[in-house]
Design a protein around this ligand. Structure first.
Ligand SMILES: [Zn+2]
Length: 448
């Protein structure tokens, strides 16, 4: 079955930037936009031009130099916003005006203080105005998932008739459940006349940790655009995470027969750049791009990883731009991992010597969390023997093992040190950690 193409709409620079601590200045936004272009996203929502002079300048600057993707600017459903957005976007090679208006009763009553009828007219008029300026118009009924269904269907029909080319369904407050959100998308597809002419989009927030699940459910129900952000940044608990959506489809094409044009090897660089620019670190256990996403400490995992990474990895680190897996040397590490690390540091041991170092290592790892290289060197010094060999070229090994790798304290300023430090300069010594003969059982028993 031919995979269905999904449009990736990145809103890191708009919704993402609205999250606390994530604001970016114009040069920073421009730098990030270049990376999003390299990443291969289809749409970059560059900002909310009427919100500030800086936002206007950023949208204008991005529209001027980033020529491949569609550049979108956000506007409330009123003339000044739409005209300001168009001013910022008009030099883009592929501009899009993104108009939004809240449609739930709670927003109409307390925020906008307008009736449903006024809301309907305002949405239609706003889309008509935007359409008179720009061919590509997206409309979002804000808080769609808490909007009365019949009214939501009326609004969607009105904006489709007024010329919207994309209808985005936002779960603005992160309230929806995956099956429910999928049903909503399906109902819209079934009941709105003319909906087949436009692209249905999903915009999910992560307040219940379901943004990605909801987005995938929407895609399964017929949505063909997903709005998401790098590192899942965004208002409150964030938006759907771009890297998770992209990799879900890539790792499970049997369940999700969809493709994107995202260059997955650029995911980690994009994540790192965003952290570096905003100073907001990624949680260590964040899927796909977190520091621990490819780290293995437990001995049984490490041993399996050294024999064949497929034992514990469903995708390779390199496929998302992480140079290599990281085996963290801690008290759960096995002898195999310790030996490989020693070899990387330039020492090769006889079996008995390794046993002795390993015993000392386990005692030390029990006291301190992560055994770093200098600790290991001390243990090696205490142990007689050890044939000095040239340091191993880490990049050539099946797995890079770094003691206390990416040692979290100074992350994200020094997330993972690539290119590799000078002491790991390739020396050409072929090492084959798979060539050891000792029984697997021993690897597990030690350190537990
Ligand atoms: Zn949002």
């Amino acid at each position: 079955m031919e995979p269905v193409r999904i449009t990736i709409f990145d809103t890191t620079l708009r919704d993402g930037e609205q999250s606390p601590g994530c604001s970016m200045n114009v040069p920073e936004k421009l730098r990030m936009a270049h990376q999003l272009d390299r990443l291969g996203v289809d749409v970059i929502e560059a900002g909310f031009p009427i919100a500030s002079e800086g936002d206007f300048a950023a949208v204008q600057a991005i529209a001027a130099v980033i020529r491949r993707p569609i550049i979108a600017g956000l506007a409330r459903a009123c003339r000044p916003d739409i005209e300001r957005a168009w001013q910022a976007l008009k030099d883009a090679s592929r501009p899009r005006i993104h108009v939004f208006l809240a449609t739930s009763d709670i927003h109409l009553k307390y925020k906008l203080r307008i009736s449903r009828q006024q809301c309907l007219e305002q949405a239609r008029d706003a889309v008509r105005l935007a359409k008179s300026l720009c061919q590509d118009v997206e409309f979002s009924p804000e808080d769609a998932t808490r909007t009365d269904l019949e009214f939501l269907l009326q609004i969607v029909q009105a904006v489709v008739e007024a010329g919207a080319t994309t209808v985005n369904i936002p779960d603005t407050v992160g309230y929806s459940m995956p099956a429910e959100f999928g049903e909503l998308i399906q109902t819209i597809r079934q009941r709105v006349p003319g909906i087949e002419k436009v692209t249905i989009s999903a915009h999910c927030h992560n307040d219940l940790g379901l943004a990605v699940a909801n987005s995938l459910s929407a895609v399964a129900a017929g949505a063909r655009q997903v709005e998401c952000t790098i590192n899942g940044i965004g208002e409150r608990a964030g938006n759907a995470s771009l890297e998770e959506i992209v990799m879900a489809a890539r790792v499970r094409p049997d369940r999700y027969v969809y493709k994107t044009e995202v260059v997955s090897e650029q995911l980690f660089p994009a994540s790192q750049m965003l952290s570096e620019i905003t100073g907001v670190p990624v949680q260590p256990n964040k899927a796909i791009i977190g520091r621990n996403a490819f780290a293995h400490e437990a001995g049984i995992h490490q041993d399996g990883m050294l024999k064949n990474p497929l034992t514990y990895e469903i995708m390779t680190p390199r496929s998302v731009g992480v140079p290599d897996s990281t085996l963290v040397l801690g008290k759960h590490s096995g002898r195999h991992a310790l030996n490989l690390r020693c070899e990387q540091l330039g020492f090769q041991f006889e079996r008995r010597e390794l046993d002795e170092i390993y015993r000392k290592f386990v005692v030390l790892a029990d006291k301190i969390k992560h055994v770093e290289d200098h600790h290991l060197m001390e243990l090696i010094r205490q142990t007689h023997g050890g044939r000095r060999i040239p340091p191993a070229p880490v990049a050539d090994l099946p797995l890079a093992i770094a003691a206390a790798a990416g040692s979290g304290r100074d992350y994200p300023q020094k997330p993972l040190s690539f290119p590799l430090p000078a002491e790991f300069s390739p020396s050409g010594l072929p090492l084959n950690p798979m060539a050891e003969h000792h029984s697997e059982q021993e690897d597990y028993l030690w350190g537990v």
